[in-house]
Structure formats: C-alpha cells, structure tokens
Design a protein around this ligand. Structure first.
Ligand SMILES: O=P(O)(O)OC[C@H]1O[C@H](OP(=O)(O)OP(=O)(O)O)[C@H](O)[C@@H]1O
Ligand SMILES: O=c1cc[nH]c(=O)[nH]1
Ligand SMILES: [Mg+2]
Length: 211
C-alpha cells in the first residue's frame, strides 16, 4: 500500500478551517469540495492515458487523452458524497458507482446498506472517496467489494486518516492489489470512541446534519 500525504499550504489552510468546530455546514461543504479538487490532482497522477494527434491552429502535435476504460469513482455514502462533485469536475468522463456504509458506533463494524457497482471491475482504475479513515473498517470493506469484482488498482482519497486505520488497511491489502491512499493529513490517534484526534468530528453530520 502506498500513502501520499498532500503537502501544500492551501491544503493545510483549508483543512484547518474545516477542523474548526465553529465552521458552519455550508462553508464545510464548500471546503470539502475545494480540498477534493486539490487531492484529486495528486490522486490521478497515474491515471492511464493514450497518445492522440492534436491539430492546433499552428501545427500538428502529440497530446494525451484518458485511456479506455474510463476510471470509476465510488463515493462512500454519506460523507463521501460531499467529495463526488470535486472529483468528477477533474475527471468528467469517469463512471460513478455507489457504496453506502455506516459504522456501528458500538461495535465499530461497517454495515453496508447500498452497493451499486459494475459487476466487472477488471482492469479499471478505481477511486474511492471518503473524508474519514478512522478504524479502517469502512475502507477495508469498500476495497474488498472492489477486489471481489476484479479491481486491482484502487486509490482512496480521504481528508484525514488515523495511523491505526492506515495499519488495518495496509494489513488487509498486503500484496493483493495496488492500493494508494491520498490524504490531506494523518492525525495523531483515535479516541476511546474511535473518533480521529484532533480530526474534525463526524464528517457526515457536519456535511448533512445529524440523522
Ligand atoms: O474507519 P471507520 O472507523 O470505519 O470510520 C470511518 C467512516 O465513518 C464515517 O462514516 P459514518 O459511518 O459516520 O457514516 P456517514 O457518512 O453516513 O456519517 C466516515 O465517513 C467513514 O465512512
Ligand atoms: O472521527 C471520525 C471517525 C469516524 N467518522 C467520522 O466522521 N469522524
Ligand atoms: Mg457519520
């Protein structure tokens, strides 16, 4: 598993405002969107392309276009939905699948309530979106769904990860697939309720309210 921590003052600035408990929901949503665009730039560094001929008003040159099959982007509901538009703005030809998982706050198990993925992901570049990687249980379950469908090239774009969760994901992945995690920050630890410290609280609640 490869880990990429985005090291950029704009990322650090936006993340600091996002963490602030006083930041209201509309600003929070806007910042998540802006952060994803910055992270997506890093996450798509290895996106597959092929050469094309381009005729400019001056000359003919060689350019590149995204190769087929298109990448697939999968937001993990709810909170991952707040990252979808920022990602598809950068990769508009991507297909979009959906996973809905909710962490049981007692057992910390990830419970799946929605799964709408293509049956065959062989040879596809897959991008999972979820702002928080805490225990890692949600990301492990999500990566597993992709691997079961034949995917071997998976990038997870997260805003904040806990070291404990990164270890869990790394142990699960082993050498089964090429998995990259792109994050804005790796925080200190999990607290007794498995919330990321210092983190930003419950990302889904801060995006969409408490349900
Ligand atoms: O690494 P883990 O310990 O599994 O926790 C991380 C998960 O928790 C949050 O979702 P949550 O279950 O709160 O669902 P929500 O997006 O609907 O709020 C977050 O968006 C991740 O999906
Ligand atoms: O800190 C955390 C942990 C899990 N889910 C969140 O939204 N935040
Ligand atoms: Mg939540």
């Amino acid at each position: 598993m490869r880990l990429h921590v985005a090291d950029h003052p704009l990322v650090a600035h936006k993340l600091s405002v996002l963490r602030d408990a006083k930041t209201p929901s509309p600003t929070f949503r806007q910042l998540v969107d802006e952060l994803v665009t910055l992270l997506a730039y890093e996450a798509t560094r290895d996106v597959r392309t092929h050469e094309v001929e381009v005729v400019t008003p001056v000359a003919t040159t060689t350019g590149v276009k995204l190769a087929d099959p298109n990448p697939i982007v999968v937001p993990i509901l709810r909170a991952g939905l707040g990252m979808l538009e920022g990602m598809t703005r950068l990769v508009p030809t991507a297909e979009v699948g959906f996973l809905g998982l909710q962490r049981d706050e007692e057992t910390l198990e990830a419970i799946t309530y929605a799964n709408r993925l293509p049956d065959d992901l062989t040879g596809r570049q897959c991008f999972l979106l979820d702002p928080m990687l805490a225990t890692g249980n949600t990301l492990v379950a999500s990566i597993d769904y992709l691997l079961q469908r034949g995917a071997r090239d998976v990038t997870a774009v997260c805003l904040i990860a806990a070291p404990e969760g990164l270890k869990v994901v790394e142990e699960f992945v082993g050498d089964r697939a090429d998995v990259q995690i792109v994050v804005a920050a790796v925080d200190e630890r999990l607290n007794e309720k498995a919330y990321i410290v210092p983190g930003l609280g419950d990302a889904g609640d801060r995006l969409y309210g408490i349900v």
